[in-house]
Design a protein. Structure first.
Length: 280
């Protein structure tokens, strides 16, 4: 028995090296990226699939993290903002919890994640935002139980007596100077309330909150709209708005490529077609 133990100890590095050689370069790159972003939460997802579909586990690592997450235009934080927004839009709570962990691991503060969830009330509705906020509460509890201390982040500084419509119109104009008039022309007679609520809530209440950078707000919006798959005019507007505030075309393209992982190839292709129209 001792002899076998000795042989195993001697040969284990050889066996281990051979096992590593069996893994593709994409797999190794993907596994390292998975560890970097999602850590233990991501490992648990992959391990849970090994008994039923090792192929799915391998594709998650090789394609999702080895190919797509390894693209160079976006940092991990921005990629996780996109992932969280897409998953909120789908109501995919188990996967959302993994990427809420990933967002915090990648440099998002607690308040920044809360802002993304609040913003999704505009694009995916209040029920999905409520579910996402409850999931985030559970994630924070679990991380605290493990002794993980996350950065709280900046608090919002807003005047209580501000004119919500004027503030919203000003923020909307940062994305497109003529959009307020476009809304009035299209819906002013049919539903002036829709114009009012879009500007007051969408931009006066939400977009004007100053503890999340505008680039992250646009990344979150583009990811959510691409995921929904039925909002091409709005997606076009926000791609144009993202360019207006300084996001690069390659950065926007990478957000849409990430949607092949989270929303599927049809949604990503439709989103890329809108991106192509804007770039022409």
């Amino acid at each position: 028995m001792k002899q076998w133990v000795f042989i195993l100890l001697v040969l284990w590095p050889v066996f281990n090296s051979y096992a590593q050689m069996e893994k593709s370069e994409r797999y190794i790159r993907g596994w390292n990226k998975l560890q970097e972003i999602d850590g233990e939460a991501g490992e648990q997802v992959v391990n849970s699939l090994e008994s039923i579909s090792p192929e799915l586990a391998r594709f998650i690592i090789e394609y999702s993290f080895g190919d797509v997450y390894s693209l160079p235009s976006l940092d991990n934080k921005t990629k996780e903002v996109a992932a969280v927004s897409s998953l909120i839009g789908q109501g995919a709570i188990p996967q959302l919890k993994v990427h809420l962990n990933g967002a915090l691991n990648s440099g998002c503060s607690i308040n920044e994640v809360k802002e993304i969830i609040l913003q999704m009330s505009v694009y995916t509705g209040f029920p999905r935002s409520i579910n996402a906020m409850n999931a985030f509460k559970e994630v924070l509890h679990d991380r605290a139980e493990k002794g993980i201390t996350d950065e709280i982040g900046e608090t919002v500084t807003m005047e209580d007596n501000r004119d919500r419509y004027t503030v919203g119109a000003n923020y909307l104009s940062l994305l497109s100077k003529g959009q307020e008039q476009v809304l009035k022309d299209n819906y002013g007679e049919l539903s002036p309330e829709l114009v009012q609520f879009t500007i007051e809530y969408g931009y006066g209440d939400i977009f004007s909150r100053d503890n999340l950078e505008m680039k992250y707000r646009q990344v979150a919006t583009i990811a959510a709209l691409a995921t929904l798959g039925n909002a091409q005019p709005q997606l076009r507007f926000h791609i144009e708005g993202a360019l207006q505030i300084g996001l690069g075309k390659e950065e926007i393209k990478e957000v849409l490529l990430l949607m092949t992982v989270y929303a599927g190839f049809p949604a990503a292709i439709n989103g890329m077609n809108v991106w192509k129209e804007v770039m022409m």
